[in-house]
Ligand binder design. Structure first.
Ligand code: GLY
Ligand code: MN
Ligand code: MN
Length: 379
């Protein structure tokens, strides 16, 4: 448990409670940092064994007005905080030191801090993105009809692990054909069929920072005419939205841009009919594109931090990292569509860093142009 405490002069101290170094326990569970190294190596101001928590925390909170902690995340912590506050109330009744009067959720503060990445965090995210992009490219090279979806998922995890990822950011989605139209398809147990698309949404986690990439490509290496038309529309929506990203752009403008392009394209292809404004107002696009433009990404794949402030979509700032992930999904269950479009699910997703002058596509090494994909799959 980490306690960060600020006194009246503004001095900030960091205090760590952690497991003590006991070889007979470490032989089972692995090495521990211990209290001495916590101060010397990690530079905490104070460091105690975890069994000192109930003794030390009341001293630390006495005289403080507010405690910030993750309210409701763990009932045992809620109970502890109540006990510590009560203890201080009783101890200090007759002294001029008061117990905290306010409990705030620390996640609101931390979420905002996590939203703007430091240069060190950006370096780690770049690494995570590059490893994951390389692993996606490798899947294009080894994909062929007749292999199971889980073979591609396994290859993805293997390549990420070889490159030093400590985990996957989430369970890989590998959906061939009709499965490409299921947004959170994770069964990954069908066989990939000639002539169909495969949609792969997968990202590694490097030094605890997530990547989140989706690529869609033809299993046999060559797009059909219908697949190509839908793919190009999704790519256009994604590229045009990425091109808009710079400080000051509102979060909501990204989704609006995607919707505008997707609706216009679907009308041109004859998949929707009517006036563009009406189709936007009635959300007629939702039967083909039913999710949002993306999300913040960092330590979590869906990272903390609000999307609105005072009910208005917030403006992008340098150091934020977000995904842009439009998609079009045409299932055989989608009403009123000519069968030639069936089982075409396309999503294209990249991780974008907002910079001072615009943006940087951290996941740019994962190919997404049709000519590039077809060329990689031929060779
Ligand atoms: N892979 C989860 C997402 O795209 O949000
Ligand atoms: Mn995503
Ligand atoms: Mn994703």
């Amino acid at each position: 448990m980490l306690v960060i405490s600020k006194d009246d002069t503004g001095y900030v101290a960091s205090i760590l409670f952690s497991l003590p170094k006991i070889w007979e326990e470490e032989v089972w569970t692995g090495y521990r940092v211990g209290q001495e190294a916590a101060k010397e190596q990690y530079k905490f101001d104070l460091s105690y064994a975890h069994d000192q928590i109930d003794l030390e925390i009341p001293k630390l909170i006495a005289g403080k007005k507010i405690i910030y902690y993750p309210i409701g995340q763990e009932m045992s912590l809620d109970r502890k905080v109540a006990q510590w506050v009560k203890f201080v109330q009783q101890q200090h009744r007759n002294k001029f030191l008061f117990a905290p009067e306010q409990l705030n959720d620390v996640r609101t503060l931390i979420g905002e801090m996590r939203l703007i990445k430091s240069p060190q965090e950006i370096d780690v995210m770049r690494e995570s993105a590059q490893i994951s992009a390389m692993a996606h490219k490798n899947l294009m090279q080894i994909c062929k009809a007749g292999i199971p979806e889980y073979r591609l998922a396994a290859e993805f995890v293997y390549q990420c692990s070889l490159a030093g990822c400590n985990a996957q950011a989430y369970n890989a989605i590998v959906g061939g054909g009709e499965n490409s139209c299921i947004l959170h398809y994770v069964a990954n147990n069908s066989v990939l069929q000639d002539g169909q698309l495969v949609l792969i949404d997968a990202g590694g986690e490097y030094n605890h920072y997530a990547a989140d990439i989706t690529r869609t490509f033809p299993i046999n290496g060559k797009f059909t005419s219908e697949q190509k038309q839908i793919y190009e529309l999704v790519l256009q929506a994604q590229q045009s939205t990425i091109n808009k990203i710079k400080p000051g752009i509102l979060w909501g403008d990204l989704q609006a841009n995607i919707i505008q392009i997707i609706i216009t394209g679907l009308v041109d292809l004859g998949l929707l009919a009517g006036n563009i404004e009406d189709l936007i107002a009635t959300q007629a696009y939702r039967k083909f594109y039913m999710h949002n433009s993306g999300h913040w990404i960092g330590l979590d794949v869906h990272d903390l931090g609000s999307y609105k402030s005072a009910n208005e979509y917030r403006a992008l700032q340098p150091g934020m990292v977000l995904t842009v992930e439009p998609g079009i999904y045409i299932s055989k269950h989608t009403d009123g569509v000519n069968a030639k479009w069936h089982s075409i699910g396309v999503r294209i997703e990249d991780d974008i860093l907002v910079t001072e002058s615009g943006c940087e596509v951290l996941t740019k090494d994962a190919p997404k142009e049709i000519t590039e994909i077809e060329q990689i799959m031929r060779s």
